[in-house]
Design a protein around this ligand. Sequence first.
Ligand code: PCA
Length: 206
Amino acid sequence: MMKVLLTGFEPFGQENMNPSWEAVKAFPELMEDVEVLKICLPVSFQKAVMILEQTIDDYRPDVVLSIGQGGGRYEIEVERVAINMADSKKPDNDGYQPQECQLRADAPNAYFSNLPLKRMVEAIQDEGIPATISNSAGLYVCNSVLYTALHLVYSKYPNMQAGFIHVPYLPCQVVGKNKQPSMSTETTVQALIAVIQALMACNQMV
Ligand code: PCA
């Protein structure tokens, strides 16, 4: 049994939906040999990280897979790196707007995801869904969530794997936006299922 913590985010900015939480919500409850815990994180630098850390300590997942809205992205993007930095052009949902703030003192400048990223991208592409590796998760709340999960991997839970996937807007979010890319929840869920199956295969659990 592989224990997976699957996280999405609440809406932020001008949006009233977040494709990441829509996909996590719709992810199948029952998958063979997989136990999934789903949580919706607030778009808050402070709270998201606290809730994530507490949930990892309590649930002790094998895999933490966090999903976030990557508005403007054309493909499913599997993130490679998290940076020890928070810097934001817009306030988070608590009104906090960090400017070049370190996330953790006495911790490395960056961490790489320890998930098999190329395998994950291939698994998504094999479904006929566009996907790529991204080398920047930005410096907003998504990056801080990935950084925190990886900090726990490298400092506390060496057998845990952690990664982050940015997904495009939902079709309903781009109505009236000028030529913005989008992807349906159904397609995003199909991609996430393929990713989990690929991780099961890599971890030789199937
Ligand atoms: N995307 C934002 C934060 C929450 C979300 O869904 C980001 O890319 O940082």
